[in-house]
Design a protein around this ligand. Structure first.
Ligand code: AQP
Length: 334
């Protein structure tokens, strides 16, 4: 039907480091496929980033960079709402309300909290603990139906659903209960190049563990060539070859080839040739994005106009949900 309301997609990325090919393949690359059929909001979630201590100048710079990358990857700020989380106060406002509908025990079970507490043992702050509630507020504010994320965020979408259902049960239908969109088997989980049993993370201090979306071609190839693999030489997916399996996943994402095709292509060639080919395939896709990105980043005034116009669009939608929530829970308005 022509006038039927489109469904809504929401997702976000933290400006907590230079984006990796994990962020790209698991999330960013999938964003543009929804923009024709859905109303899409893609947020630079700077408030989430401060759960880990950030250098202020770097955080500011990276916020522009992530926005520029969104656009360089094909998102149109006239069509989708591309904005910065801290520019829309309703995220934090709904976050507080939802804090009061989230149990201490369920937050204690979040694997990301456990991982990040270990990595930041000197700064296990309350924000790190309640991170999933702010994420639930991000999603529920816009009545999102679908949330494209990597595999690591699945647990956070589950708790968002639990919070939404809990609130809806007490106050009647208020929030849309969202579904995750996880592209299984094709980049939903990109592993570290140095420790293939761990996820690739943009804040990993080991530069050789991550390939960044903005790395130049030589750097990409060098990092892939250094990737930890087993002592064999056969390019084949197997449980005892997590490093090669990870590289095959990455190569498959960038070339569209199946495991069988990859194994046939590198039969008898050894790891060196394969690793170089992974780097070349990665650079071939990301090179044109980097060119667009550089031009966008040079035009700060344009990026600021996008931030301003789009945060106003987001704030309008967010305010509608927040007012409804405030009314339902009994807050007065004047
Ligand atoms: N290794 C990964 N493979 C697939 N998807 C990934 N994502 C992150 N790492 C991988 C997806 O990228 C999106 C943005 O993530 P985020 O910035 O909100 O936070 P994160 O999941 O904590 O990402 P990082 O890179 O690990 O950041 P830091 O180091 O700051 O914690 C999400 O959709 C995520 O699933």
């Amino acid at each position: 039907m022509e006038n039927e309301k489109k469904k809504t997609v929401f997702s976000g990325i933290q400006p907590s480091g230079n984006l990796t090919i994990g962020n790209y393949l698991g999330a960013l690359r999938n964003f543009s496929q929804f923009t024709d059929e859905y109303d899409c909001l893609y947020c630079v979630v700077d408030q989430h980033a401060i759960t880990v201590r950030q250098d202020p100048a770097e955080l500011r710079r990276r916020t522009y960079e992530v926005l520029a990358l969104y656009i360089a990857c094909g998102l149109d700020p006239e069509k989708s709402i591309l904005y910065v989380q801290s520019h829309v106060p309703a995220h934090a406002q709904l976050g507080w309300v939802l804090d009061c509908f989230t149990m201490f025990g369920e937050l204690s079970r979040m694997t990301q909290f456990k991982d990040k507490s270990q990595k930041n043992a000197d700064n296990i702050n309350a924000g790190l603990f309640t991170y999933p509630v702010l994420m639930a507020a991000d999603i529920l504010l816009y009545q999102a139906d679908l949330v494209p994320v990597g595999e690591d965020q699945k647990q956070h979408i589950e708790i968002t659903r639990d919070i939404a259902n809990r609130f809806n049960q007490v106050y009647g239908p208020t929030f849309t209960v969202p579904e995750p969109f996880i592209k299984s088997g094709s980049g939903a989980k990109v592993q570290s190049l140095a420790e293939p049993e761990k996820k690739m993370s943009k804040s990993d201090p080991n530069e050789n563990a991550v390939v960044r979306v903005l790395d130049d071609k030589d750097t990409m190839i060098r990092k892939f060539r250094r990737a930890v693999t087993d002592s064999g030489s056969e390019v084949r997916r197997a449980d005892d070859k997590p490093g090669i399996g990870n590289l095959m996943t990455i190569y498959s994402c960038f070339t569209g080839k199946t495991d069988e095709q990859i194994e046939a292509e590198f039969a008898g060639k050894g790891y060196g040739d394969f690793k170089t080919a992974v780097g070349e395939a990665c650079a071939a896709e990301l090179g044109p994005i980097q060119e667009k990105y550089k031009k966008l980043l040079a035009d700060k005034a344009y990026l600021e106009s996008v931030m301003k116009n789009n945060s106003a669009r987001a704030a309008y939608l967010a305010r509608k949900t927040l007012s409804k929530v405030y009314r339902k829970i009994g807050f007065t308005s004047v």
